[in-house]
Design a protein around this ligand. Structure first.
Ligand code: ADP
Ligand code: MG
Length: 433
């Protein structure tokens, strides 16, 4: 028998949407959790990570596929699985001790033993002395410690963590990660395997034996990365930095592949691809920052991410659009402004708009499409709903709205077309052109 504890086979998940449409959130997920490993699940928000955790926890039954549990002694015995949530999910009217005991109540553990085990879990996670405090009296870090104690008190074989550190400030998160890793490494908890969901690359590299990189629409595993260097890991070590960079590249080049797909010589191909909502001002700001010192046109993505302080996801979105518009290339974790990007940086406002318009027309099929429709229509006008409905036939409502909002702000900036927020009507900026 191999040492897999849990196996997911061909899992699909879709949800019913309005008007009989379905939203496919997860597609063809195959993975396993092995004894003794922490697996990081890394992906952007909306890629179905929380949904996958809920499936593994048994909270929802997948649309398709199978889940197998393996136990050394008892084959196909359901494993004990506990979960830690981003939002802590504590009951405000219960004390720390009562919140932790809650995990045991469902199991029918006798009162006295319940108390003993809860106190031990509280002690283990560093909350000794706070047993009778209420959640409102605790800091965010302490609240999440209660979240951990409540999960660990049931002696789970598998712990699922859904972005457990992302609601905490950086230092608090760091301390809690280290404390948790200490417990894990020193085997102070009988836990056999951990699945950690995160959108933070550094966190995934710090904590995981293996990282599964997720892509969105539908959520699916695109790559598996093994990290066989020892804990505790030094963030400053060349190996750590190299790994972070490699994953950055992977996550951004995943987008480039998609972008190439959509240039596949079919008119209008790529019309229905997701577009992140980033503003032209943010894009211009990033191009200006990149062209100036200390970058002079090229930067190391993780370094840039740190320097901008916008959050990794936001930076990935900006970089995605810079690539889409051919203002920058990304290679091996570095971003380089292209000749067009540099020309944009050097240009005055009027010229910038011209360059932006050209890049939009050439590289963003939705922008070119809106422009063509407006040209063909009498009066060169079209209502917002005309495009939104069309997009919604191919994308979720959320994605359609986001893509159209993004392209509207870009088209307006470029003066490719105008849009009236009140009448919700697009029109050609300059119909005679
Ligand atoms: P992540 O955790 O990666 O951010 P989620 O799993 O929360 O992603 O959500 C993935 C997608 O599934 C989102 O578009 C979300 O709106 C949708 N979704 C999640 N749960 C439901 C549900 N119960 N009904 C309909 N759509 C859902
Ligand atoms: Mg989530």
């Amino acid at each position: 028998m191999n040492n897999a504890l849990l196996e997911l086979k061909d899992i699909d998940q879709s949800f019913a949407k309005a008007e009989g449409r379905t939203l496919t959130v997860l597609s063809n997920i195959n993975m396993e959790l092995k004894k003794g490993e922490i697996v990081g699940l890394l992906g952007k928000s909306g890629s179905g990570k929380s949904t996958l955790l809920r499936i593994i926890a048994g909270l929802i039954t997948p649309t398709k596929g199978e889940i197998h549990h393996h136990d050394d002694k008892v084959p196909d015995k359901a494993l004990n699985i506990a979960m830690v949530f981003q939002t802590f999910a504590l009951f405000p009217w219960l004390t720390v001790l009562e919140n932790v005991q809650l995990g045991l109540e469902a199991l029918g553990v006798p009162e006295k033993e319940m108390r003993k085990r809860a106190l031990a879990a509280i002690d283990l996670i560093g909350l000794d002395g706070y047993e009778s405090a209420y959640p409102r009296e605790l800091s965010g870090g302490m609240k999440q410690r209660v979240g951990f104690a409540r999960a660990l008190v049931v002696n789970p074989e598998i712990l699922l963590m859904d972005e457990p550190f992302s609601a905490l400030d950086v230092l608090t998160a760091e301390t809690l990660k280290t404390d948790f890793l200490d417990l894990w490494i020193e085997r102070k908890i009988p836990l056999q395997s951990v699945l950690l969901v995160t959108h933070n690359i550094e966190e995934a590299v710090l904590m995981s034996d293996r990282i599964l990189v997720f892509a969105a629409n539908p959520g699916r595993i695109v790559t598996e990365i093994k990290l066989d260097f020892p804990y505790p890991r030094d963030r400053q070590s060349p190996m750590f930095r190299a790994m972070v960079e490699q994953i950055y590249t992977l996550m951004t080049s995943g987008m480039q592949k998609k972008e190439y797909d959509l240039t596949a010589r079919v008119a209008g191909a790529g019309m229905y691809d997701k577009l992140p909502r980033v503003s032209p001002n943010q894009l211009a700001g990033l191009i200006e920052a990149l062209v100036a010192a200390p970058y002079h046109g090229h930067a190391d993505l993780p370094v840039l991410d740190q320097a901008l302080g916008l959050g990794t996801e936001e930076v990935l979105h900006l970089v995605e659009v810079l690539r889409l518009l051919r203002f920058a290339d990304v290679e091996a974790g570095d971003i380089n402004l292209t000749v067009i990007g540099k020309a944009f940086a050097d240009a005055d406002t009027h010229k910038r708009k011209q360059i932006f318009a050209e890049q939009l027309m050439q590289n963003v099929p939705l922008a070119a499409y809106i422009y063509r429709v407006l040209q063909d229509r009498p009066g060169n006008q079209a209502p917002h709903v005309r495009f939104l409905t069309q997009l919604e036939d191919h994308m979720t409502e959320e994605e359609a709205d986001e893509a159209l909002t993004a392209v509207t702000s870009w088209g307006r900036y470029a003066e490719l077309f105008a849009y009236n927020d009140n009448s919700e009507i697009f029109s050609l900026e300059n119909p005679t052109a």
